[in-house]
Design a protein around this ligand. Structure first.
Ligand code: NAD
Ligand code: SER
Length: 319
């Protein structure tokens, strides 16, 4: 990876990935792009930034040529809850953007990364320790997009030799940028509300286990899989990875260790609960560990300590 273009770079993942990649590969070598421009944002300020709608193949190709990129990290997408509310928009953006990005990678012979998700599984998938290779019949538009995306990325590798790589991210928890419309967002919101008001009303119900990961582990995973020796990869699109699996009462109990008066109640959102119910309780990341050395540093306790520290340092909850 010498010259990298990132789409959807102002989102939850992109905002942190771009900064980390600029640290490693040099500010000028990571070109951040997004549909919107946030003036004063570090991603916009400390290296190249271009407006790019990923449904516009011509502009994507022009920018890729202008910066002579050799790597494309495609992040722009609608997440699960928003995709369920706007399924046609999700299809057009998630599939249209992906095929445009893959075409640019094919035309310019770029290495390619795009994330899949635990959303690529469905109600008929084995729920516990979900294997790498298993039934994938998701019942959400997001899941349909992710499965089709995994297959399309494998197709571009086999048919055209594009070096496509991907992971199935679990819910990602972070303190820099709020998540953009997913089912797992409750596990981020809860930290903000714990600090602001000492209470949280969860839209995901008691006993609902989902895989999660702290953002530093997610960023390291992207860099690690992209740097991995391609000849060692048996799978490509996309590897199961996870750091922890918990239900709302477990994250609440962990927060209570830091904020003893913290209380949580429930007002379950049937749409997001339905999506969560269709996903695994926990997935098995063994193939990622064996094929490219995936490792997560943060468990629930370590992440909770860090999240509360970082959000407090940002002034969240300060009176
Ligand atoms: P996000 O919603 O936080 O950010 C998406 C970004 O894409 C936004 O900055 C938005 O402005 C931009 N965007 C929207 N439409 C666009 C368009 N037409 N052209 C260009 N940019 C556009 O998303 P994220 O959480 O950073 O997710 C990035 C990828 O990772 C997605 O493919 C998502 O499915 C996947 N993923 C995320 C999670 C998670 O928990 N965050 C988990 C699994 C997979
Ligand atoms: N966090 C993501 C979502 O809930 C998982 O892909 O949509």
């Amino acid at each position: 990876m010498k010259k990298i273009l990132v789409t959807g770079a102002l989102g939850q993942i992109g905002s942190e990935l771009v900064m980390k990649m600029r640290e490693i590969y040099g500010n000028d070598n990571v070109i951040a792009t997004d549909l919107r421009k946030l003036e004063g944002n570090p991603v916009v300020m400390n290296g190249p930034f271009e407006l790019l709608d990923v449904t516009d193949h011509k502009t994507m190709l022009e920018l890729a040529k202008k910066y002579e990129i050799d790597t494309l990290v495609h992040l722009a997408a609608l997440l699960s809850a928003t995709a369920e509310a706007k399924p046609l928009l999700a299809w057009n953006l998630n599939m249209g953007g992906l095929v445009n990005a893959l075409e640019v990678a094919r035309e310019l012979n770029c290495q390619f990364f795009t994330p899949s998700s635990i959303g690529a599984f469905g109600p008929s998938t084995p729920k516990d320790n979900t294997p790498q290779d298993t039934i994938q019949r998701p019942t959400t538009m997001y899941g349909v997009n992710k499965v089709a995306g995994e297959l399309l990325c494998d197709y571009y590798f086999k048919k055209f030799g594009v070096d496509t790589r991907g992971v199935r991210f679990p819910g990602l928890i972070s303190y820099e940028v709020l998540p953009g419309g997913g089912t797992t967002d409750y596990a981020v919101d809860i930290y903000y509300e714990a600090l602001k008001s000492g209470k949280y009303t969860s839209f995901i119900g008691e006993g609902t286990k989902m895989d999660m990961m702290y953002m530093p582990d997610a960023i390291n995973a992207i860099i690690k899989i992209m740097e991995a020796d391609g000849s060692k990869l048996i799978h490509r699109n996309a590897f199961n990875i996870t750091a922890m699996s918990f239900e709302p009462e477990e994250i609440a109990a962990e927060i209570k260790k830091h904020i003893p008066g913290f209380i949580m109640d429930y007002n379950v959102d049937p749409i997001r609960q339905g999506i969560a119910n269709s996903w695994p309780n926990s997935i098995d990341p063994t193939c990622a560990k064996n094929e490219w050395g995936f490792k997560a540093e943060y468990d629930l306790a370590k992440m909770t300590t860090d999240m509360l520290e970082k959000l407090s340092a940002k002034g969240i909850g300060a009176k």
